[in-house]
Ligand binder design. Structure first.
Ligand code: FPP
Length: 253
């Protein structure tokens, strides 16, 4: 046993206009849910909800930077989302393509580093090339990291690590006794990132949906009824305030 993992998701204290320190999570992860219902309520096609969802993602990314959040992870497309009708999958890919093309300049200018978790190389070759270009272009930025989960599934991510470890052990280059939490951490798509301190899921659903199962071990969870397209800067600020009011013990007393 390597012992209990250190509480890596430490929070930052920031002065907030004389009202005492505002505790800001280093890493916020969001399951953006409710685009379809937002559209349905307005008798609009689902794509209209996704379009609004992109706008919300843009607003929340900017607000996260202003709050001093270091890492923002957005669950944009899961390995299970391929089960949606082909037309919706294609609409989502089109929106993603458009988002990268239209927002990369602004992200780069604002010091945002883009990262992708998930097997994005299985997407259409032009999209992969676009993403690679955006990754390359922002690799030296350090003000904030925007992580987009694309074709991401936490179980697949973990299986890939397990397979890798098993192959190394089989080949004789790894002693299984030396496997520890830090080694696994370093083999995940999120390697080098702090674990999420706060997970937010919108739209009233209370599930993890195969999202960052390892990384969320000590995250605070916040489930809000707001549909993702209606989630904005104020909603993020409220979530951060709620996070600040929580007591985190990381298994201790
Ligand atoms: C959930 O709504 C949302 C998704 C499937 C992800 C799509 C996300 C966006 C378009 C925003 C993308 C942001 C970036 C940065 C690319 P849903 O369709 O599951 O809603 P429903 O549960 O109401 O049907």
């Amino acid at each position: 046993m390597s012992g209990a993992p250190a509480p890596k998701g430490a929070v930052q204290g920031r002065p907030a206009g004389g009202d005492g320190p505002l505790v800001v999570p280093r890493h916020v992860a969001i399951i953006m849910d409710g685009n379809g219902r937002w559209a349905k309520k307005r008798m609009l096609p689902r794509i209209a909800g996704h379009r609004k969802g992109i706008e919300a993602a843009r607003t929340v990314t900017q607000a996260a930077g202003e709050l001093g959040i270091e890492v923002l992870t957005l669950y944009a497309f899961s390995t299970e989302n391929w089960r949606r009708p082909a037309e919706e999958v294609s609409d989502l890919m089109g929106l993603l393509r458009h988002f990268i093309q239209s927002d990369i300049d602004e992200l780069a200018k604002n010091g945002v580093r883009l990262r992708i978790i998930g097997n994005y190389t299985a997407l259409a070759p032009d999209l992969v090339a676009l993403i690679d270009g955006a990754l390359e272009r922002t690799v030296r930025n350090s003000k904030m990291t925007l992580v987009i989960a694309l074709n991401y599934g936490s179980q697949a991510e973990l299986v890939s690590v397990m397979r890798d470890l098993a192959n190394r052990a089989k080949g004789g280059s790894l002693d299984p006794e030396t496997i520890d939490e830090a080694m696994v951490d370093g083999m995940l798509d999120t390697q080098g990132l702090p674990p999420p301190d706060l997970l937010i899921r919108t739209s009233g659903e209370q599930r993890l949906s195969n999202f960052m199962l390892w990384q969320l071990a000590y995250a605070e969870m916040l489930f809000v009824d707001t549909l993702w397209p209606d989630f904005g800067a104020q909603a993020l600020a409220n979530a951060v305030a709620e996070f600040g009011a929580r007591e985190r013990r990381f298994g201790g007393l």
